[in-house]
Design a binder for this molecule. Sequence first.
Ligand code: FAD
Ligand code: NA7
Length: 486
Amino acid sequence: NASKFDYDLVVLGGGSGGLACAKEAVEYGARVLCLDYVKPTPAGTKWGVGGTCVNVGCIPKKLMHQASLLGEAVHEAVAYGWNVNDRDIKPDWKKLVKVVQNHIKSVNWVTRVDLRDKKVEYVNSIGSFVNPHTIKYKTKQGELKQLTAQYVVIAVGGRPRYPPIKGAIELGITSDDIFSYEKEPGRTLVVGAGYVGLECACFLKGLGYDPTVMVRSIVLRGFDRQMSEFLAAMMTERGIHFLNTTIPMGVERTPEGKLLVQYRNTTTQTDGSDVFDTVLWAIGRKGLIEDLNLGAAGVQTYNDKVIVDHTEATSVPHIFAVGDIIYGRPELTPVAILSGRLLARRLFAGSTQLMDYTDVATTVFTPLEYSCVGMSEEMAIERLGADNIEVFHGYYKPTEFFIPQKSFRHCYLKAVAEVSGDQKILGLHYIGPVAGEVIQGFAAALKSGLTVKTLLNTVGIHPTTAEEFTRLSITKRSGVDPTPAS
Ligand code: FAD
Ligand code: NA7
């Protein structure tokens, strides 16, 4: 009997997953309360409702990526005959930060209005468990409140990690700070070569700064190796520096106000140091379970993540988790949103549809973007065996690259497929312009059982780069050079 509880659903965390779940649940008549609170970063950055994606993730990242691509486009425009007077074009960092932050504030506003309209109760406070059905939080006035809920959804997401070395917290910043950073970043050390690190280094380079990426082991661990190495090579070609197999040892401020970073190359076992204006940690994220008092609810965790089953249920049947806080799932906004929505439908609308976490497409927003869906070549070999897969691949030359004589050395794509029958496609990988836009449609096709036969029977849209997927004919096994003649 739901009525014995104050709420049908309490959602802890108002980010992508939590808000999607809360808004969907009220559609089916549930009484919903959502708690969201952001602790300021060590550098003092704070933001509003909406979570990581809107405030310090996907959205400001894509806007800075776009700003950086536009700088490149101005130079290309000259080649196309545009008269651009000042060719030494420089971005105004402060203005960029201002317009990005203005956009974010408008999204925060729309989110709050939306919650009010949909009658989701929203409280700006940290929620934690008192017992499996009871949540407590402090009001703005400091009053402690308790409420009961039939179901609880944990959607608290994560925050960037800092390395446990001298000066890291006091002197370094993270992706939580960069999009509102008042100072020009200047010469920047980006520590970490996951996609957040690579993307930040790339937009900084595009905006005219001088980034160095410190790589502990390999770039983009977990992604297709060949594509990842292509990305690193493309970044090097564009003047981004890499410190390979290197770890940071400490940061201190120099008398001139710069940051002196000590580091160690773990291959050569040699120590080195360099001076930077900004140090940005992009060494991964930790789940925000610390304030939840999960012990009081009996929810099981692994490291700093919540363990769930295929229904997103935790070890306590009426407590669920969605989004980045789940152990072992992709940390992506659309994943958090869809799993939150589907969960609400199962809880309040009698649905049985489960979230399918397989074949989730993703994009790394480097200047030539990398997008993929399905298996990497390594994963396909591991799962099916090298003899049972066929890899189709090719380099291509985007038409729009010719006039500005842009490098297309790393424009490359491949399809990983089964070797026999109609050759079911297991994974698609693409490096080139607007990769996310290209792969999104193919992701739906792959989910519908796309085969090489279908791909090659699909008429391309000319002249696009996406059409290259419809004319892949060279297999890796053949050893034929996949470079186009013209
Ligand atoms: P979040 O959005 O992090 O929301 C959780 C909220 O809960 C936060 O506001 C948090 O402060 C709050 N909270 C925590 N503890 C409590 C508590 N006890 N009580 C109340 N509130 C609490 N994904 C993509 O799909 N595409 C991208 O291009 C992309 N780019 C990214 C770029 C960067 C730099 C980063 C950092 C991430 C990016 N992501 C991207 C990932 C994406 O942002 C996350 O997957 C997504 O935001 C996860 O949503 P969530 O609901 O799980 O958590
Ligand atoms: P990732 O993808 O976990 O990458 C973290 C990177 O940082 C990776 O290259 C790590 O190297 C490196 N790392 C981790 N710890 C250290 C230390 N202590 N020192 C130096 N380098 C280190 O995290 P991201 O922040 O890029 O992205 C996290 C998620 O957020 C991502 O899934 C997105 O969806 C959003 P390693 O390969 O472990 O040697």
